[in-house]
Design a protein around this ligand. Structure first.
Ligand code: HEM
Ligand code: HEM
Length: 185
C-alpha cells in the first residue's frame, strides 16, 4: 500500500466531499434568495431549484456512503486526541444523517400539499401517499429549516476544526481531503 493510500481519502471520496460541500452552500443561498424574492410566485420559482438540487445532493450522499464501504476512510490521525476523534465521528455522522433525512422530509412535506418534485423538468419524484395536510407540511418544513441552520453551524465548526489542525497544529489534516500537500496518518 502506498503512503497516500493510508493517509488520504480516495480521489472519488474527495470529489464527492467537495462537490457536496459546495452544493450544500448553494442550496442554502437558494433558500435565502427565495425568501428575499419580491413576490410569492418568484420565491416559488426559485425554490423549485432548491427542491431539485435537494434530490441531486441526496443521490451524491447515497453514492458517497456506498463508496465509503468500498473504499473506507484512512485511519484517524495519530496526533488527534480520542475526544477529537469522537467529536469528528459524531459530526460526520450528523452530516450524513441530516443530508439524507432533510431531503426525504422535504419530499414528504411537499407531498402533504399534493405537489411533486420536478428535477428541472427532466423527471419528477411522485407525490408520496401521505395525508393531504398543509399544516403538517408547514411544520415539517419548519423543522427542515431548523435542521438546515444546524447543518450550517456544524459545517462552520467542521471547517474551523480542519483549519485549526492544519494551520495551528500543522498535522496535515486538510491534505487528507486534498490530492496535494503532505497528509499524515
Ligand atoms: C440535502 C438537501 C437539502 C438541504 C441541505 C437543504 C437545506 C436547507 C436550508 C439550509 C434551508 C434554509 C433554512 C433557513 O435559512 O431558515 C432550507 C429551507 C427550506 N427547504 Fe431545504 N434543503 C434540502 C432539500 C430540500 C428539499 C428536497 C425540499 C423540498 C422538497 C426542501 C424544501 C425547503 C423549504 C420549503 C425550505 C423553507 C423552510 C422554512 O424555513 O419554512 N429542501 N433547506
Ligand atoms: C457543507 C460543507 C461540508 C460538509 C457537509 C462536509 C462533510 C464532511 C464529512 C461527512 C466528512 C467525513 C468523510 C467520511 O469519512 O466519509 C468530512 C471530512 C473532512 N472534511 Fe468536510 N465537509 C464540509 C466542508 C469542509 C470544508 C470547508 C473543509 C476544509 C476547510 C473540510 C475539510 C474536511 C477534511 C479535512 C475532512 C477529513 C477529516 C479526517 O481526515 O478525519 N470540509 N467532511
Amino acid at each position: 500500500m502506498s503512503l497516500n493510500a493510508r493517509t488520504r481519502y480516495s480521489g472519488l471520496a474527495m470529489l464527492l466531499h467537495w462537490l457536496i460541500a459546495v452544493l450544500v452552500i448553494v442550496q442554502w443561498r437558494i433558500s435565502e434568495t427565495a425568501e428575499e424574492a419580491p413576490t410569492r410566485e418568484a420565491g416559488g420559482e426559485i425554490m423549485a431549484n432548491h427542491f431539485a438540487l435537494g434530490v441531486v445532493i441526496f443521490v451524491l450522499v447515497a453514492l458517497r456512503l456506498v463508496w465509503r464501504q468500498v473504499s473506507p476512510p484512512p485511519p484517524p490521525v495519530v496526533g488527534h486526541a480520542p475526544s477529537e476523534r469522537a467529536l469528528a465521528a459524531i459530526v460526520h455522522f450528523a452530516f450524513y444523517a441530516l443530508l439524507l433525512v432533510m431531503p426525504i422530509a422535504g419530499w414528504i412535506a411537499l407531498s402533504t400539499f399534493g405537489e411533486a418534485i420536478s428535477v428541472w423538468g427532466l423527471f419528477s419524484l411522485p407525490v408520496l401517499p401521505v395525508p393531504q395536510n398543509p399544516d403538517l407540511g408547514e411544520t415539517i418544513f419548519e423543522l427542515h429549516g431548523a435542521s438546515g441552520i444546524a447543518l450550517l453551524v456544524l459545517a462552520a465548526v467542521h471547517t474551523l476544526a480542519a483549519l485549526k489542525h492544519t494551520v495551528r497544529d500543522k498535522d496535515g489534516t486538510l491534505y487528507r481531503m486534498l490530492p496535494f500537500g503532505t497528509a499524515r496518518g
